[in-house]
Design a protein around this ligand. Structure first.
Ligand SMILES: NC(=O)c1ccc[n+]([C@@H]2O[C@H](COP(=O)([O-])OP(=O)(O)OC[C@H]3O[C@@H](n4cnc5c(N)ncnc54)[C@H](OP(=O)(O)O)[C@@H]3O)[C@@H](O)[C@H]2O)c1
Length: 155
């Protein structure tokens, strides 16, 4: 087994459509996936559903978000913008130094009562840049896939 295959991918907020969709595809591709949730039982239920769809060799487990962060150093954040900052503050002690954090959060206006078809401005520049301020120093990379034109990567 090579290094890439031995590193699990933890999908924080992986019980929603975005995280579940990513997790299913990674599981089908042979990656080890951890579904994270605020509720361990919900994470395990989602992991079972993904495993059934991904096939017999799928390696998918479910954990509460903090446990998922502690279990690997490759994290993908798929939570609504309105929950992003509070969740990262809560998870900060559990995030391993040197972790790779990939943030899919889109700052939809719906998070403040506006339209889901619009985004709102974030003081830091993007949801990923806001997240970068909230994770422990020493994280290795933060990416935003918010829109094709607003991709931001820092090392
Ligand atoms: N970049 C892209 O191309 C792209 C595409 C689609 C979506 N997105 C973004 O990806 C993110 C997830 O999308 P989604 O549709 O899957 O979202 P969602 O269904 O609203 O939420 C995903 C999960 O986040 C958790 N969650 C919900 N509210 C939370 C809160 N206040 N604090 C902490 N956790 C919370 C829930 O899991 P538990 O209750 O189990 O904890 C939920 O199942 C959003 O920011 C969305 O804008 C990006």
């Amino acid at each position: 087994m090579n290094a890439r295959m031995s590193r699990a991918i933890a999908v924080i907020g992986g019980t929603g459509p975005a995280g579940t969709g990513l997790a299913l595809r990674w599981a089908r591709a042979g990656e080890t996936v951890i579904i994270g949730s605020r509720d361990a039982a919900r994470a395990q239920q989602t992991a079972e559903t993904i495993s059934e769809r991904a096939g017999a060799n799928a390696q998918v487990s479910g954990m509460e978000n903090s446990a998922a962060c502690a279990a690997t150093d490759l994290l993908v954040l798929t939570v609504p913008f309105e929950g992003q900052a509070a969740l990262l503050k809560q998870l900060k002690p559990a995030i391993r130094p040197g972790s790779i954090v990939i943030d899919a959060t889109v700052p939809l206006a719906a998070s403040v009562g506006g339209r889901a078809s619009r985004t709102i401005g974030v003081w830091q520049g993007s949801a990923a840049q806001q997240a970068a301020e909230l994770v422990p120093k020493g994280f290795r990379r933060m990416c935003s896939t918010a829109t094709a034109t607003k991709t931001w990567i820092a090392t």
